[in-house]
Structures are given as C-alpha cells and as structure tokens.
Design a protein around this ligand. Structure first.
Ligand SMILES: O=C(O)CCC(=O)C(=O)O
Ligand SMILES: [Fe+2]
Length: 343
C-alpha cells in the first residue's frame, strides 16, 4: 500500500518500556523475598491446595507478577509537591530546575503565550510541582488534531497485533501505535522544538500516533528506557503527548503517586489539542520513579500523538529509512508558517 511510505502500523508493544532502575530492582527484590517467605508460611496444606484462592506462585515460589502489583510503592521520604493555586511562569521555571529547559521567554507572567493575535494562545498549567507535570492548552489547533488523526486512520491495510501481556511483562498495552516518518509530522516537530527552547531535532524519538478503542489501555509503567538499552541517544528526558480528541469518560492519563490540588489521584482528562509534558528522568538521565503512570482504560475512542525527547542524538529505527535529515525542509517551512523563525 502507498500508505506504507508514510508510516508503518506495528504491534503495540513498542514504546513505553516499563523499565526499572537499579534502585527499584533492589526494592523489588527485598520485597519479593519477604512476600515469598510469607507465601511459604501461608501455603495451604496439600489437601487444600485445589482451592481457587490459592495464590499463583511461579517456580521460585514467588507470587506471579501482574501489572497491578509489580511496581513497589515510593519510599516515605520522597519529595512530592502538588500544585497549589494558579500557574505563573516563575513557578514553572522553578519547578523545572532539574529538567530540560522550556522557552520561558515566549510566555507572559501568567504562563500565557505572548503575541498570538489571531489564534488561541498556548497556556501552561502546572498540574504538579515536584515532579513537574505540565499541561499546554491549545498546543494543537482543532484542525491539526483532525489532520493527525487521519494520518493514523489512513492505514487500513495492515493487521493490528494488540495484546502484549505475559507473566514476564511489567505492563499491558492494548492500543495500536503508528510510527510516523519525521517528514510527515512537521507541526509536531516545530511545536516541540519551539516549546523546548530550540531543542535539536536529533534528540527526538520517532513520533507516534496511538489509538485506544473502547476497553484498550496502557497499564502502569515508566517511560524511561532500561539501563541496558541506552546506547541510542541515552535516556528519555521528556514525554510530550498531545490529545487529539476530547473525552468525557475513561482514557485519562493517571499518575499513581501524584495528587491534584484537591488531593485526588492526578489525572489528565484528554482534551482536544492539549499537550501533556512530564519527565521520565531528570536532565542528567537519572530515572524519576515518581512519574509512574498509565493510560486508563478507554471508554470513548482516544487518540494521541506523542514523542519522547532523548538526552543525546537519537538514530531512528522505524519506519525503515526514517531520518531527521529528511524532515529539515518541511520543518523549516512549518517554523516559518507558524512565525517561529523568519525566512
Ligand atoms: O495514553 C495515555 O494517556 C498515556 C500513554 C503513555 O503513557 C505512553 O504511551 O507511554
Ligand atoms: Fe507512558
């Protein structure tokens, strides 16, 4: 199909590694050891062993991991500072001190984009202070959202391979992912570059468009990359995702350990054109375990465009032949069109 020149539709397991740092592994190990002994002690006598509520144990006698029990709780002394009150650019900048730089000059004191006369301005909402989680309202126009949805929906040829959960996996992802060629998504590239203070194109991972149909989800995970797989571009220092439609029920992006200003589990409800920006690791590549999150089970169909930002130059791996270089011209045209640079 000619669509294959534009993007490839691939099984949904790629992206979102559900990784764990050395620190987490240690915590997990001691936890599992403890519960293993507990399980041994509670093991039913042989004549009872057919009961349905017998815990499922693996060949080491450890409880079988599920997406819900795999991730250890954060230590009690970890810093968590929810957002209170209204967002100012000063507060955003302060909360971002250990992270990739934003283009602070483009915003006024109230974190509203300056001088965007005839369109809805970008507006930063600091959803959480430490770790920082930001919403960027009006990141995409409605028309841009439609355009990006159709990039994915144009491909009706290849089969979807969805469920990817096994005992060995830490996370379950049942959505469908389309990997875009850089030269097909100049708006996303130009806007990410502009927001992230002229971020080099080479640090951007392949853009993805993800669709969740009713009942589909991406369970708890970290966006960081496993420590054994950092050769290509190092860590993911930022996650940028753009919601392509507004959703009333289900499909939120939820952070397990973060609270909103009212004390509820921090949940971003998908809003057409809004972007969510958060940081799987600090700018130096140290994982930030506080950003454990999930894409909640969708009720209404949900679509997002997303991109991860790397520490260093990243070499694209999909689709075949994809390159940053091939996107230079379309990116430049888009930057001129959006008024980010002059001709
Ligand atoms: O769909 C969402 O709300 C979150 C997606 C996500 O966390 C991911 O793709 O890594
Ligand atoms: Fe994620």
């Amino acid at each position: 199909s000619s669509n294959n020149e534009v993007f490839h539709r691939v099984p949904a397991f790629a992206g979102g590694f559900g990784a764990s740092s050395a620190k987490k592994s240690k915590g997990k190990k001691s936890k599992k050891k403890r519960s293993s002994i507990m399980e041994e002690m509670r093991r039913p006598a042989p004549e009872e062993s057919k009961k349905d509520d017998t815990p499922q144990l693996d060949r080491f006698g450890l409880p079988i991991r599920t997406a819900e029990n795999f991730f250890p709780p954060l230590p009690d002394d970890v810093e968590l500072v929810p957002s209170k009150g209204k967002t100012t650019i000063e507060l955003v900048q302060k909360s971002m001190s250990k992270h990739i730089s934003l283009n602070y000059d483009m915003f006024d004191d109230d974190a509203v984009e300056k001088g965007s006369d005839n369109r809805n301005p970008w507006k930063l909402n600091l959803l959480h202070q430490s770790p920082p989680v930001l919403e960027i309202e009006n990141f995409f126009t409605s028309q841009e959202c439609q355009e990006y949805k159709s990039i994915a929906q144009a491909d009706d040829v290849l089969q979807v391979d969805s469920a990817t959960f096994s005992n060995l996996a830490t996370s379950k992802r049942t959505s469908t992912t389309w990997f875009c060629n850089f030269n097909q998504v100049p708006t996303l590239l130009a806007k990410a570059k502009h927001l992230l203070n002229d971020l080099p194109l080479e640090q951007m991972e392949e853009a993805q468009i993800v669709r969740y149909k009713t009942g589909q989800e991406f369970s708890w995970h970290y966006d960081e990359i496993p420590s054994t797989q950092l050769a290509n571009g190092g860590q993911r220092i930022a996650t940028l995702l753009v919601y392509l439609n507004t959703i009333e029920n289900g499909g939120g992006t939820i952070f397990r350990d973060l609270k909103d200003a009212e004390g509820n589990e921090l949940t971003m409800r998908p809003k057409e054109g809004s972007a969510l920006l958060f940081f799987p690791t600090f700018a130096d590549g140290t994982p930030d375990d506080r950003t454990l999150h999930k894409g909640e089970v969708a009720v209404d169909e949900k679509m997002i465009a997303q991109m991860w930002i790397h520490e260093r130059k990243y070499t694209p791996v999909v689709p075949e032949g994809n390159s940053h270089e091939a996107a230079r011209d379309s990116l430049r045209s888009k930057e001129i069109e959006l008024g980010y640079i002059s001709e």
